[in-house]
Ligand binder design. Structure first.
Ligand code: R5P
Length: 293
């Protein structure tokens, strides 16, 4: 097995290689004066199982392009398989056309990955697990929300899980079963015009004396989590923390969460992040590679 770490592997590539006892090479990239990208890597030998680790956080397009280029370079070696391990796969939220004429970017990304030569795909906490079924090769979702909650629960005595939208309720329920605590969700809506989040239907529960954990797959602008935090305090929460697998933390998300009273933010190393507690998902990704080959 030969493993290539992309420039956005956030250190995960080398750890996965070690766990799999695979040879490891870091890819080299260069940006031409006009902005175009060149990617180059030692791609192992003919017949190898090649694994490429590349996360696709911002700048998403550049990191995705690098992944496509590396897969296509690897394909030229006639490998036995090419497995892309993507700690965060961008563009999965657009899994349908929400308005007429919109492109379904999740399908486009998965198709491009396959046509670049990727035969197997491992993705950490895809926005919706079923979206991976659109990939034409084999795919496996890795769900680090479980180990994330193990970590978070060690710091809490009376947790209560609040899913800030319907989409995160299934894994919030799973986390609540794991922690043996209560769980509910907010039915939210987002204005297409402004991107502002608001509560469509509030749950009936109160959280008096509870340490509310807002659990989502990702925190981007922080609007969803901030609104859920304010709601939790308005219903008696003693403290509120946030946990999400992917901490995109765009715009002024950290400030927004602080202003909403979020005391701590927990996430994973699917991408670099400042001022948060991050758990390492390398071993979970490595075991997914083992099972997909
Ligand atoms: C949406 O469906 C996702 O699960 C997240 O709730 C959302 O992407 C978070 O975005 P933001 O932090 O910008 O509110």
């Amino acid at each position: 097995m030969f493993l290539i770490g992309g420039s956005a592997d956030n250190g995960i590539g080398e750890k996965v290689a070690r766990a799999l006892d695979a040879k490891f090479a870091k890819a080299e990239t260069k940006t031409f004066p006009d902005g175009e990208l060149l990617a180059r890597a030692n791609c192992g030998a003919e017949g190898d199982d090649i694994v490429i680790v590349q996360s696709t956080y911002a700048p998403q397009d550049t990191h995705l392009m690098e992944l496509f280029l590396l897969a296509s370079a690897a394909a030229k070696q006639n490998p036995r398989s090419i497995t892309a391990v993507v700690p965060y796969l961008a563009y999965l939220r657009q899994d349908k056309a929400f308005s007429p004429g919109e492109a379904v970017s999740a399908e486009v990304i998965l198709d491009l990955m396959h046509s670049s030569g990727v035969t197997n795909l491992v993705v950490a906490q895809p926005h919706k697990i079923e979206t991976l079924n659109k990939f034409k090769g084999k795919s496996i979702p890795v769900l680090p929300s479980r180990s994330l909650m193990d970590y978070v629960s060690k710091e809490l005595e009376s947790p209560y899980i609040l899913a800030p939208d319907k989409g995160s309720f299934p894994f919030a329920k799973d986390a609540a079963a794991q922690l043996d605590c209560g769980c509910t969700f907010i039915d939210k809506e987002r204005s297409i015009a402004t991107g502002e989040v608001s509560i469509k239907n509030a749950p009936a529960e109160r959280f008096d004396g509870k340490q509310v954990v807002i659990l989502d797959d990702m925190i981007s602008t922080g609007g969803t989590t901030a609104q859920a935090a304010k709601f939790a305090y308005s219903r008696g929460a003693s403290e509120v923390v946030a946990a999400a697998v992917h901490l995109l933390m765009s715009d002024n998300a950290a400030e927004k969460l602080r202003d909403a009273g979020v005391l701590r933010i927990y996430g994973t190393n699917s991408m670099p992040s400042k001022n948060t507690s991050q758990i390492d998902i390398s071993l979970e990704l490595a075991s997914a590679v083992r099972s997909i080959l």
